[in-house]
Design a protein around this ligand. Structure first.
Ligand code: CMP
Length: 137
């Protein structure tokens, strides 16, 4: 069993496709161990994405992530990190395989519908950023 962090980004929340995206996780065999809707502060968004601080897209990424509410979830299952990344598709929706979340719901590399942890180690850090262990089931 593995856990990963998912963020449904402001573009997908605004499109009202939260249920459809969570449904894809469940259909693929992942369990929603915790979930909540919140709006990130600028400070939180900068901290969450601090590994990208030096990248040219950092400011746009932070501005986008605070532009509206997001839905953060802990997904649990076998190979949850890799499975979630497969379901999401490539970071750039133009390169995402048909049938993936980003191919179906995302518009651009910035407004790309979802975020998912890229490794089991990062998942632990990202999950702890949003959830106390007592709130994960
Ligand atoms: P995410 O998985 O949330 O991780 C960092 C985000 O930065 C990424 O999805 C994209 O939405 C955004 N981003 C914008 N430009 C780029 C880029 N050139 N390479 C990677 N990520 C980018």
């Amino acid at each position: 069993m593995e856990r990963t962090l998912s963020i449904i980004k402001p573009d997908a929340v605004a499109k009202n496709v939260v249920g459809q995206i969570l449904g894809r996780f469940e259909k693929a065999g992942l369990t929603i161990a915790a979930t909540k809707k919140l709006r990130l502060s600028k400070l939180d968004a900068k901290k969450f994405y601090e590994v990208h601080e030096e990248r040219p897209f950092f400011k746009d990424l932070v501005d986008f992530m605070v532009s509206g509410p997001v839905v953060v979830s802990v997904l649990e299952g076998e190979n949850a990190v890799a499975l979630n990344r497969e379901l999401m598709g490539e970071t750039n929706p133009k390169e995402a395989k048909p049938g993936t979340i980003r191919a179906d719901f995302a518009e651009s590399i910035d407004a790309n519908a979802v975020h998912g942890s890229d490794s089991a180690d990062n998942a632990k850090v990202e999950i702890a950023f949003f959830f106390a262990s007592k709130d994960i089931f």
